[in-house]
Design a protein around this ligand. Structure first.
Ligand SMILES: [Zn+2]
Ligand SMILES: [Zn+2]
Length: 121
């Protein structure tokens, strides 16, 4: 474990390489995303984006994908505690995986804070 000398209040960009616990792909961390570009799973490590303060550490299953204003938004649900999380997809993410999850009816975490929702089918 490297010593972190930065103030914990500041966003600290950390590159974290990890092995995907779902599909075993070796993922090279960019410092901004910690989900697997192949299967889109990640871990429940953040309370607010990037803070790594969650103690849950459960696997976050991708449950749906929205395409909004030129970006893919991946909704993940923690298999341990049911926490919903919405992530921007990275450019390295598998388009096949993203498209396979599009159109799934999911509860969007954005829906509860009054953000505009895409039209529902
Ligand atoms: Zn994976
Ligand atoms: Zn969790």
């Amino acid at each position: 474990m490297p010593t972190v000398t930065e103030s914990p209040k500041r966003f600290v960009r950390r590159r974290e390489d990890f092995d995907c616990a779902n599909c075993r792909k070796q993922v090279l961390g960019t410092g901004y995303t910690n989900h697997c570009p192949r299967c889109l799973w990640s871990r429940h490590v953040d309370v607010a984006p990037g803070d790594r303060l969650a103690t849950c550490r459960g696997m976050m299953e991708p449950v749906g994908v929205l395409y909004e204003r030129g970006e893919y938004l991946v909704t993940q649900c923690c298999v341990e505690c049911g926490h919903l999380w919405q992530n921007r997809a990275a450019s390295a993410d598998s388009r096949n995986a993203l498209h396979g999850l599009m159109g799934r009816a999911v509860k969007s975490p954005a829906a509860s804070n009054g953000r505009r929702r895409p039209t529902e089918r």
